[in-house]
Design a protein around this ligand. Structure first.
Ligand code: IVH
Length: 713
């Protein structure tokens, strides 16, 4: 987060919803970079901070938890299906420039570093930044030895067999003056037309389609079966190098041209200029051609041409000081809103989704966009997004779609002059499209205003809510069952194998007596079925707070689940107390609403959940099959007991999760952001806005060592 974030405690629901939307998009984009591209753009600490902020907001506004919330994603583990190759010369990333002045600053910085007067011309190359994935090709005596992905920059994956199927990659170099060791680097990508043709083929075969050419290229290159890679028309532009036994030339431009003599394809739009104005003119020229190019680009890269100067300039952290990527602004496209569909989430929220006439925005074919809720469609409230104040959306409208990076596309504007004459205002259904129950907008008890979200009242009789509930139950911060994700939840529900979460734990037993064994069903085999049963068995013992969180009770996110667990200590005491509180009065109710950090809304939701006979039955059935560990005893005499602690920056002796668990064991409350209520900030290197805020508020701040000293660990 670049701007100073507002305290979670002070967020209005609208702001929270908007921020959750941004966070979901941002985290998804980082996940894609990390998992699909092997090219993370943020440090682990920054990434963790985004996730923590998301969790903190969800804890406070559990009914705003989005269907695509990052807290629900299991997070693909980095696949290690390929051998590793250590890069002799690290593969770095590029610093970004977003406008002309950033480019002037860059050139100024370079000259100052070189101690050059400002008016001496500096020769730079300018070329498109290809939106693919980088690949390092090592040749010895002119023969291809290995191909490695970027990986984490230090170690990549050995994809040699797959790279050999790419026709732009020569197996043998041609031409003269070829050093003994040559490592050519460049970008693997898939052309836009080839991407569309491939997706058409997938669709015809009833297979899932790909999101964009870059992810497809990454997925295609990392296939275990090189025949699959060979069937994808991947291409390669050479633009850089790694290890070289000697350098045949002394300029960036010359080297890339030499690559062409050796048999590589180089980008035809590379130019060389010694004035910033000319660089910028070239940028504009490339930008104008962007839509008509057959490959995705996301900016223009400028590099100092003289290799001796490159060496002098060196690197700062993970990017060279001699290069910068001038990014293109977010892309817009105009299309038609063909329909509005309703998705029903776990808490019954009806989410309208725009169906669009497919249109390419920045290389991605977009056919859906988020519409949030009925107020947003009516043009009331922007949900924190580009506004079309006062203008409603109707089916048939001509709309402007906006997409920045990998984020979920949004409807930015509507052209009312093009609205069809027979178009009518859109009314969100007042019955749930999944189960037919009434869908209502509840009144917020505190504000007296109508909730922006319309919700199905069907509870678990609603199939959509039931499936979402199962997905939540198995998700990472809940039961975290390996190999049981959204797809499996949907399939099991559809096949009638799992109707509620208690059924998960009887699946194996029922399967052994079933005529249609799981191992024989679509998408399963002997191994995956038995792995799944093992994974389920592994969760028959579960921590108390995970158990509470997994139930998916409204307003009970992870934070509240922990507070309940800590307060009641074990599941028996918890169930007795909640039952006794059912009249919203008496000692048990008073005790519940007085738990520090629990508001009346969450307390009521908890009681209501267990008052529902169906829910109670499911919980009882669950408890027949599993053991819930009592909460860990927290010590009340620790120096941090009862204090609110915030961790920020990168921690070296413990992970964030460890730090959090440690603090909670000692009776502290861990918060995601600094506020007046914060007692202690533990700040590691790289701490930013939170540290600043803490010092403004006079919050006691210590470093990681101080934390260990204080807690005596
Ligand atoms: S030069 C030391 N040139 O952008 C920097 N990179 O953000 C070496 N990329 O990982 C990279 N087009 O995958 C360079 N013309 C280009 C590029 C380019 C795309 C990618 C590359 C790199 C990333 C850095």
């Amino acid at each position: 987060m670049s701007k100073v974030a507002k305290d979670v405690d002070k967020l209005e629901p609208e702001e929270a919803a908007a921020e959750l939307a941004t966070l979901a998009a941002e985290i998804a984009a980082h996940d894609a970079l990390y998992y699909q591209d092997d090219a993370p753009k943020v440090s682990d600490a920054e990434y963790d901070a985004l996730r923590q902020r998301n969790l903190a907001i969800e804890d406070r506004f559990p009914d705003l938890v989005r269907p695509d919330s990052p807290s629900k994603s299991v997070g693909t583990a980095v696949q290690s299906k390929f051998e590793k190759i250590a890069h002799e010369v690290p593969m770095l990333s590029l610093d970004n420039a977003f406008d002309d002045s950033d480019v002037f600053d860059f050139v100024g910085r370079v000259k100052r570093f070189l101690k050059w007067p400002e008016d001496v011309p500096l020769l730079l190359t300018a070329e498109p930044k290809i939106d693919g994935l980088s690949l390092a090709l090592r040749y010895e005596k002119g023969v291809l030895q290995s191909a490695a992905t970027r990986g984490d920059g230090a170690v990549g994956e050995n994809v040699t067999a797959n790279a050999c199927t790419i026709s732009d990659i020569p197996q043998k170099l041609t031409g003269q003056d070829i050093p003994d060791v040559v490592e050519v680097r460049g970008e693997v990508f898939l052309g836009k037309k080839d991407f569309q043709a491939l997706n058409q083929r997938m669709e015809d075969e009833g297979k899932p389609t790909y999101v964009n050419p870059r992810n497809t290229a990454a997925g295609s290159l990392r296939q275990l079966d090189a025949n699959i890679t060979a069937s994808r028309p991947l291409r390669f532009f050479a633009y850089a190098w790694g290890a070289m036994s000697h350098m045949p030339l002394d300029s960036q431009f010359g080297m890339v041209e030499l690559f062409q003599d050796w048999g590589f394809v180089i980008n035809p739009l590379m130019g060389r200029f010694d004035q910033v104005d000319d660089l910028l003119a070239h940028y504009r020229k490339i930008e104008e051609q962007r839509a008509s190019l057959d490959y995705d680009i996301d900016g223009v890269v400028y590099k100092v041409d003289d290799l001796k100067l490159q060496t002098r300039l060196g690197f700062v952290s993970r990017s060279p000081r001699w290069a910068i990527a001038h990014k293109f602004p977010a892309e817009l496209a105009t299309t038609i809103l063909t329909d509005i569909e309703i998705q029903v989430g776990r808490t019954g929220a009806l989410s309208p989704v725009a169906r669009l006439e497919p249109v390419t925005v920045g290389g991605v074919v977009v056919s859906n966009a988020t519409l949030h809720n009925e107020d947003y469609i009516a043009g009331i409230g922007s949900n924190g997004e580009p506004i079309r104040e006062g203008r409603s959306l109707q089916i048939g409208d001509t709309v402007t779609i906006y997409r920045a990076g990998d984020v979920i596309p949004k409807v930015m504007d509507v052209d009312l002059s093009k609205r069809p004459s027979d178009s009518v205002p859109y009314v969100l259904p007042d019955i749930c499209p999944a189960c037919g129950s009434a869908a209502v907008r509840e009144k917020n008890v505190k504000t007296g205003r109508l909730d922006s979200v319309r919700r199905c009242t069907g509870g678990l009789i609603c199939p959509a809510q039931a499936v979402e509930g199962i997905k939540h139950f198995v998700s990472r911060n809940a039961f975290d069952i390996d190999g049981f994700g959204e797809k499996q939840a949907e399939a099991f529900y559809k096949w009638g194998l799992i109707a509620n979460v208690a059924d998960i734990f009887t699946l194996k037993e029922r399967d052994s007596r079933s005529l249609t064994r799981l191992k024989n069903r679509d998408g399963f085999g002997d191994l995956s079925a038995s792995n799944l049963f093992d994974a389920i068995d592994a969760r028959r013992m579960i921590d108390f707070h995970r158990f509470i969180f997994a139930l998916g009770i409204r307003h009970v996110g992870e934070g509240n689940a922990k507070l309940f667990a800590r307060h009641y200590q074990n599941v028996e005491a918890f169930l007795t107390a909640v039952e006794e509180a059912s009249g919203f009065e008496g000692a048990a109710w008073e005790d519940l609403v007085n738990i520090d950090g629990i508001g009346e809304t969450a307390a009521r939701a908890l009681v209501q959940f267990f008052a529902e006979a169906h829910n109670r039955r499911v919980v009882d059935a669950l408890l027949q099959a599993i053991t819930v560990n009592p909460a860990e005893q927290t010590s009340s005499d620790s120096p941090v007991a009862g204090k609110t602690v915030v961790f920020t920056g990168s921690l070296e002796r413990m992970t964030r999760d460890e730090a959090k668990a440690m603090a909670e064991r000692m009776g502290a409350k861990v918060a995601g952001s600094v506020s007046g209520k914060t007692d202690l900030l533990v700040a590691g290197p790289g701490a930013g806005s939170k540290l600043k805020k803490a010092s403004e508020l006079g919050v006691e701040t210590i470093d990681e060592d101080g934390w260990f000293e204080l807690t005596g660990l």
